[in-house]
Design a protein around this ligand. Sequence first.
Ligand code: NHR
Ligand code: GAR
Length: 217
Amino acid sequence: MSETPLPKIVVLISGSGSNLQAIIDQVTQGNLKCEIACVISNRAEAFGLERAKQSGIKTQVINHKDFDSRESFDVFLQSQIDLYNPTLVVLAGFMRILTASFTEHYEGKMLNIHPSLLPKYQGLLTHKRAIAAGDDFAGVTIHFVTAQLDGGPNIIQAKVAIDKDETENSLAQKVLVKEHLIYPMAIQWFIENRLKMNQNQTVLDEKVLNEQGFELD
Ligand code: NHR
Ligand code: GAR
């Protein structure tokens, strides 16, 4: 009896891997119908590597410091990812800026999770900047990765209120709860072929989404 093989994803991490864990949990529970072919980290000490091993998932460390340029790191990273011929590449707290040649290779097939309501607060220290600006809301965005840093089309956004006396830490904790909910959703949509990138826009169920993407809440 032959069963259709599950679509394969490769997850790139740099740190704690709590988003990776949320994805693993949904795969384990049978809600997310894919196989995590490999978890690749640019940092050997990333706790996410332990999470993957705990679940019997293959891991690889590719230390960017072993390469003399961003280009040579990306070329090697790409060669390792392509060994699995994945349907989708998932950036889950991956902290290295990727070259245009890398992002073009996976165009429409690579997602990122960014802890802000993009297009607000691209780059780093998003929660700190949202609090300093006196914003009423912060949140998280899943978007397609393009050469433009944190600039690819939005897929899903979830909001949280910024309370008075909110700290960077308390805000990060609240946003992470939403992160863990929406990343598996976006991956499932992609795997079911409901989600596409077309002309730098997100298409879900044949409909072009607005700039925010699908708004949860
Ligand atoms: N690469 C491209 N081309 N496009 C995107 O949209 C990308 C990307 C690489 C990573 C994640 C992103 C985020 O969600 C991401 C999106 C790292 C930095 C950064 O400044 C910025 C954005 C993101 C990730 N990295 C420093 C660097 O020099 C290193 C910082 C560190 O190691 O701590 O690469 O926020
Ligand atoms: C998450 O908050 C994610 O949105 C953010 O880093 C954290 C990773 O947590 N991503 C970025 O800042 C990307 N540059 P995790 O390792 O526990 O999933």
